[in-house]
Design a protein around this ligand. Sequence first.
Ligand code: IMP
Ligand code: MG
Length: 409
Amino acid sequence: MNLVVIGAQWGDEGKGKIVDFLAEGADIVLRYSGGANAGHTVVIEDQTYKLHLIPSGVLTPEKRTVLGIGMVVDLENLFEELGMLEERGVAWQGRVLLSDRAHLVLPRYRQMDKERDAERRFPLGTTGRGIGISYALKAYREGIRVADLYDPAVWRGLSAQDREYLEPYRKRIEGMVVDVSRLMHESRKSNVLFEGAQGTLLDLDHGTYPFVSSGISCAAGAAIGGGIGPQQIDQVVGVFKAYSTRVGNGPFPSEFRKERDGNLGDVIREIGREYGVTTGRPRRCGYLDLVSLRYACRSNGIDTLCLTHLDVYDAMGEIQACVAYRVGGEETDEFPATVSALEGAQPVLRRFPGWQKPITECRRESELPAAARDYVRFIEEYTQTPVEITSVGYRRDQTIVRQDPWTRS
Ligand code: IMP
Ligand code: MG
């Protein structure tokens, strides 16, 4: 079975935790897009792991993980991460595989990335990891792929400087390199979890362009980056938070505003620990945006939603969510295509009573307070998509499952 897990907002929805949780049922976890711009936090017992490139499945013994075709891989970052795992006793040898078709991020791309962004009239606020440069060079047909390290004709054509940097890695990664499409074919009877990076609203095509990342964050990217056909995707799980966050610049219609919402933004940021894993930047926070969530459900074919961080609202007397936008005097519940429309959009907010008690120890839906269940039910009705997993804390066991996606049909 092929299960895809994607972000349904602007990234940082808690995919790391959910992928780690679902990895139990997987044989292989394959990441299909992005690079070290991503940051995943996984908490296992008293240990916190921060990963950027390697799928969080690596923390479950015996699972194989794959850095897929659609990724852009910075080998320095990769070995830093492998070193961290080794130091903490996670045996990764033989369990971390790398697509021969993945593109490489060279150190000089990082500087170029920062310079380009600073020159922009409206900087995106990139993570400065060289991601956009790699994808641009890929589209420009001047990228360097993993397989190129072993192709004498291409290798000879690289600059002396690039060869010098890459030379040591030729041996170091040799045993990890695979043909992903072939591996997927050989594993067609296995359970494969395809892990997306960033989120739908940062997707190059579906996101709030140009304030997006440069990879494919949407579910269809699993087919491209995983070397399978679209009809081979069995289930799509969309992960979203009980509120919204965004790192970097760009439109965010439901963002908290001091004049309207007081210090709510600061409160949520502290309770939800909303600081970037990759850059440490404070994340912008806002109300749950149901307009964009339904857009994400449609454009990804999301079968089932997974709600995270619901416990962050535990102390609130009242909760609000955005159910429409007011754009230029008109109300709409469709997600606009342009940045100007999104920037001018005023959120239409709906109020929900809070539950004002801790839910972090709830393990079944029936144990959740009625107000929390009502909030979830409204989301399901609005998006026409069931919410079948609810996360009430960072730990693996703080997860409520109505329907396991691995046995869903
Ligand atoms: P880039 O991917 O570094 O080019 O950054 C482009 C935009 O995407 C910036 O606004 C980043 O903050 C944002 N971004 C990239 N990766 C992530 C992520 O994993 N989580 C949240 N935002 C991200
Ligand atoms: Mg993240």
